[in-house]
Design a protein around this ligand. Structure first.
Ligand SMILES: O=C(O)CCC(=O)C(=O)O
Length: 246
């Protein structure tokens, strides 16, 4: 792993967010945008109504090679592996998000389960951005190090998970980036999205370790594994098999 990638892994583990700036090539970015817009048209989602967040989930996204690549991209996977300390991360969720302006953004929250602690560094989400985000439009705001408060601690067995009120009053800092960059976010980190004035599209995957789960993760992973049993493996691109199969 390069020194720069190692720094991204360390930033993600330390602060809850690591950013790989301009990770995609120009070609991957333009093919990714084209495929993204096409899947919305194919599923009759239209061009997008102002104020809406339109999401598409699941294997539907794998029909396009350009989108599938964003879930199995070797460079992205190597950073995920470093964050999770997992050679073969499990791809639990595949999703796209399209916010059509003007959109008010997203309020302060954690993706961790309130009231539950999780094993450290057992899950990470990627956000592969197809548009720029800036402080004045769609920046992801987050509270550095807040993810750690959601982790089980061997030193302090009485540690209690954070409350909604703590999450509301945290000290949020914005992350800006150019299209083609990737955010690696520990899902527990407290985050929000600034008001959105320009189209904001990204492709997001959630990856887990294979042997460290909280109670809610166990349930989610079990459900995904069961539902994937109904999907013929030869309908899944071979580059993704090792991450898609548990
Ligand atoms: O759109 C984003 O950048 C983050 C959305 C969000 O907060 C979430 O999915 O939990």
């Amino acid at each position: 792993m390069s020194d720069l990638d190692q720094e991204i892994v360390e930033a993600a583990r330390e602060n809850g967010v690591g950013i790989a700036h301009n990770l995609l090539t120009e070609k991957e970015l333009s093919l990714g945008r084209e495929a993204f817009d096409q899947v919305y048209l194919d599923l009759d989602k239209g061009p997008g109504e102002p104020g809406t967040r339109d999401s598409i989930w699941g294997e539907e996204l794998l029909k396009s090679a350009a989108l599938e690549r964003l879930f199995s991209h070797p460079h992205i996977i190597s950073i995920i592996s470093g964050i999770l300390d997992e050679l073969r991360p499990f791809l639990q969720k595949m999703k796209t998000n399209r916010y059509t302006p003007f959109h008010p953004g997203v309020g302060r929250h954690t993706d961790g389960k309130l009231g539950e602690l999780s094993p450290p560094f057992s899950m990470v989400s990627t956000q592969v951005f197809l548009d720029d985000i800036e402080i004045d439009s769609g920046a992801l705001a987050y509270v550095p190090r807040s993810h750690i408060l959601h982790y089980e601690s061997a030193e302090n067995l009485d540690h209690q998970p954070p409350t909604k009120e703590q999450i509301r009053v945290g000290n949020y800092v914005p992350a800006e980036l150019k299209a083609g960059s990737v955010i690696f976010r520990l899902p527990e980190v407290w985050h929000a999205v600034n008001p959105i004035h320009r189209l904001r599209r990204y492709v997001t995957g959630t990856y887990t370790s294979r042997d460290r789960f909280s109670a809610s993760m166990t349930e989610n992973v079990d459900n995904v594994v069961q539902s994937r049993k109904q999907i013929p493996i030869d309908s899944i691109p071979s580059t993704l098999h090792q991450f898609w199969q548990f």
